[in-house]
Design a protein around this ligand. Sequence first.
Ligand code: FAD
Length: 288
Amino acid sequence: MYYYRRLPQFEYVAPGSLKEAASFLQAHPRETRVMAGGTILLHRMKERIGVKKYVMSLKAVPGLDAIDKAPGQVKIGSMVTIQTIADAPVVRRQCGLLAAACQMLGTPQIRSMGTIGGNVACNLATAEIVPVLIALDAQATLAGAKGSRTVSVEELYREVRDGEFVTEILVPVKAGQAWGYEKWAMRKRFDYATVSAAVAIAGTGRVCKDAKIALGGVTLPTRRARRAEEILKGRSLTNRLIVEAAEAAAEDARTGADIHFTAEYKKELIKVMVSRALKQAVSPGKEG
Ligand SMILES: Cc1cc2nc3c(=O)[nH]c(=O)nc-3n(C[C@H](O)[C@H](O)[C@H](O)COP(=O)(O)OP(=O)(O)OC[C@H]3O[C@@H](n4cnc5c(N)ncnc54)[C@H](O)[C@@H]3O)c2cc1C
């Protein structure tokens, strides 16, 4: 691969309000890249991938860097950094799965610059916060020239239109939800996950009323392991059932080989990650 070190020419714009940002993007939807922390965007521009005439930073737009507790949910502005989320008492208390996954993402530098908005909007199978938000049933607010609308994070990849950008992530708070998160990467946290598994379980004791399992690093768009979820519903989460569900998740995953791993190896990783995440969810002291 030919690697350029210098950024190409572009025009930098930094609107001072949501309205201004939406109007600019509406006027130049195909010529603009939105920039949050820039940890992916600038890197790719140096590689001459996806270069456009304008880079529109969201840094000067007020209100996008706040975390607020609202009835039944936690609202996280798209410009909130991954480290801020990992450290926020309200997130640790109310959405433990999200806090744990944020703490396991990348290096301290990446966590301090990278944002939740950049993670959910980057359209990469490796974006690790996406499966977590899908397991938590989170929604994303999109702003556009005609106002704003809310879509589920699971559908964001298909839903987002030219001229729209992410302003907020809404994470429902569910009492008694148990969770588990596992990530496998070549150099532990430093690297993107080869495979990650995010699990959220509703139920009493070991009996599962509802289960959400989403896999990172496997497909774009990120998918849930739906057959594995069905296997768990209404049943007691014994070790045997956990293995059965983990095997179903691995069998159903549409994963291929990459430069490091065969598809078979990745399927084995999926089985292990899902099984460990489920065991975390049923073990005491992990209730979110
Ligand atoms: C060394 C290194 C290690 C990394 N490790 C990990 C890892 O372990 N796990 C992981 O998940 N990621 C990892 N990343 C990727 C990245 O740092 C994170 O995903 C981060 O959260 C991206 O956020 P950002 O604010 O920097 O996004 P940016 O680079 O600013 O944007 C990313 C993309 O999203 C678009 N975008 C940004 N914000 C919005 C918005 N609000 N609305 C619409 N579009 C938007 C941009 O146009 C761009 O296409 C790593 C990156 C590096 C360089």
